[in-house]
Design a protein around this ligand. Structure first.
Ligand SMILES: C[S@@+](CC[C@H](N)C(=O)[O-])C[C@H]1O[C@@H](n2cnc3c(N)ncnc32)[C@H](O)[C@@H]1O
Length: 222
């Protein structure tokens, strides 16, 4: 999908003016959203992408349009776990399904997002529901109630072992409820949603208490 279509939806959900705000654009590609966030008034915009060729394009476009944007070739894991800086707005658009460890990243984004997370991912459904799911999931349920997993509105993530859409780096496609519950379980509150784009804010507390920075250090040492 051309980023312009996604941007129209994102823009309709954001304030008209984000003057003074810092923005982190993860998986920024050639920087379409980075440029747009700068045009909305962001004071600093940082774009991260692991593809060097794409970052060269992004820098070229920013130069031509005279936009002061800092682009970095980096893997999202290395960037997020070596960086302690918080950003007012974090764009996490079109990236979750490319990650083998999406929850690790979402949990870390809770720690680094000051105001808003803009979350978008590919979903397994073909049309977006107008309303959120009505399925009541009990706080606890047992193995004898596992039929609940078959309910169409039970949160699901489909793991893709081979290729999807001719792309080996597509790992996870979730349903609508899956996207919502991932966002919530990482500690975000969903403020607004249109189609598969969610505007979220970090809650004051979250249930998960794992220190992911320490965890990453341990993973790196082993
Ligand atoms: C589907 S594109 C989305 C681009 C843009 N955010 C948008 O929504 O139009 C995914 C981008 O994420 C980048 N990417 C994928 N895996 C990454 C990773 N682990 N670290 C950093 N960038 C990654 C790809 O190079 C690509 O530019």
């Amino acid at each position: 999908m051309h980023p312009e279509q996604k941007w129209k939806v994102i823009e309709s959900l954001l304030p008209q003016d984000i003057s003074g705000k810092s923005v982190l654009d993860l998986g920024c590609n050639a920087g379409y959203f980075s440029i747009k966030m700068k045009e909305l008034g962001a004071s600093t915009v940082v774009g991260i992408d692991s593809n060097p060729r794409i970052i060269t394009q992004a820098k070229f476009v920013a130069d031509v349009l005279k936009k002061d944007i800092k682009y970095e070739i980096n893997n999202i894991y290395d960037f997020l776990f070596s960086n302690q800086k918080k950003y007012d707005y974090v764009l996490f658009v079109g990236l979750m399904y490319h990650l083998r460890y999406p929850l690790l990243v979402l949990d870390r984004l809770f720690e680094l997002t000051r105001e808003k997370l803009i979350f978008q991912t590919a979903l397994s459904i073909t049309s977006f529901p107008a309303e959120s799911s009505n399925l009541e999931i009990p706080d606890n349920f047992g193995i004898e109630e596992k039929n609940l997993f078959q309910h169409p509105e039970f949160p699901k993530m489909h793991f893709i072992e081979k290729n999807f859409n001719d792309d080996f780096s597509n790992w996870w496609i979730c349903n609508f409820e899956g996207a919502q519950s991932l966002i919530r379980s990482a500690g975000f509150r969903i403020l607004k949603r249109s189609e598969n784009i969610f505007i979220c804010e970090p809650k004051a507390t979250r249930t998960s208490t794992l220190d992911y920075s320490q965890l990453m250090e341990k993973i790196k040492k082993t």
